[in-house]
Design a protein around this ligand. Structure first.
Ligand code: KIV
Length: 263
């Protein structure tokens, strides 16, 4: 597919079994290379709070930061769909969420907005989607709740927690979410959620059976001081950043990343 990727295309990819290759993106220079390497979805993640801004977590990222970086990515992207994170406390009521989602789209050029949380966000997801803005959910490890979770470890590791995650996933879909990110959950739980939902499920540290994969760009280029164990340095042995990103896309598409043992 050479034309602009839409939410409808992501759903078709799920249905046809074509894996969705996604990476975080924060600026025009990398976004152009990622787009040329045929990354399907660019996530302007609030991980920029750590990766770009040097913070300990994502909690200091503002809506203006997200609008700014989303605009940079959108300026350089022709093909990929752009999903932008709503930062901490920018969606604490449905009305506040709608106002900020609208800014990410109109000022930041986002096509989809991503929010962290489960069934408690149903009204928010309904209101945003009713106004024509697609929403991506985010379950499992939700970094904006780092203090509540007590760290950034694996989530949904008990049967009860896995059942709750499945219920949350269904209620986000029911409320109108167009896709879902699942982060740091057992691969068996991610596989079940992927089967359960009609919308695409994108995994990070969640095994190979999701409809797609997302990683932090700077991790796959070996630029971050501490790489998560589910990530991989795709630059090593490659001649260019373009080649590294292309290799990542190919390995997601042919199901060789993540390997069964790494997840
Ligand atoms: O902010 C981010 O980069 C994310 C991904 C890690 C899924 O939400």
């Amino acid at each position: 597919m050479n034309e602009k990727i839409t939410i409808k295309n992501l759903k078709e990819m799920k249905e046809s079994g074509e894996k969705i290759a996604c990476l975080t993106s924060y600026d025009a220079c990398f976004a152009r290379i990622q787009d040329e390497a045929r990354v399907d979805l660019l996530l302007v993640g609030d991980s920029l709070g750590m990766v770009l801004q040097g913070g300990d977590n994502t909690l200091g990222v503002s809506i203006s930061d997200m609008i700014y970086h989303s605009r940079l990515v959108s300026n350089a992207t022709k093909r990929a769909i752009i999903v932008t994170d709503m930062p901490f406390m920018s969606y604490s009521t449905p009305v506040q969420a709608l106002g900020n989602a609208a800014r990410l789209v109109s000022e930041g050029g986002a096509h989809v907005v991503k929010i962290e949380g489960g069934s408690e966000l149903s009204e928010t997801v309904k209101l945003i989607t009713q106004h024509g803005i697609p929403v991506c959910g985010h379950l499992g490890l939700t970094p904006q709740s780092i203090h509540k979770l007590g760290g950034l470890g694996v989530q949904a590791a008990t049967n009860k927690a896995a059942e709750e995650l499945e219920k949350d996933a269904l209620s986000l879909q029911e409320a109108g979410a167009s896709c879902l990110v699942v982060e740091c959950i057992p691969s068996s739980v991610a596989a079940n959620v992927t089967k359960l939902l009609d919308i695409p499920v994108i995994g990070i540290g969640a095994g190979v059976d999701c409809d797609g994969q997302v990683l932090v760009l700077y991790d796959i280029l070996g630029l971050t001081p501490k790489q998560p164990k589910f990530s991989k340095n795709f630059l090593s042995g490659k001649k260019s950043i373009f080649d590294a990103i292309k290799e990542y896309v190919e390995q997601v598409k042919d199901n060789s990343f993540p390997s069964k043992s790494s997840s």
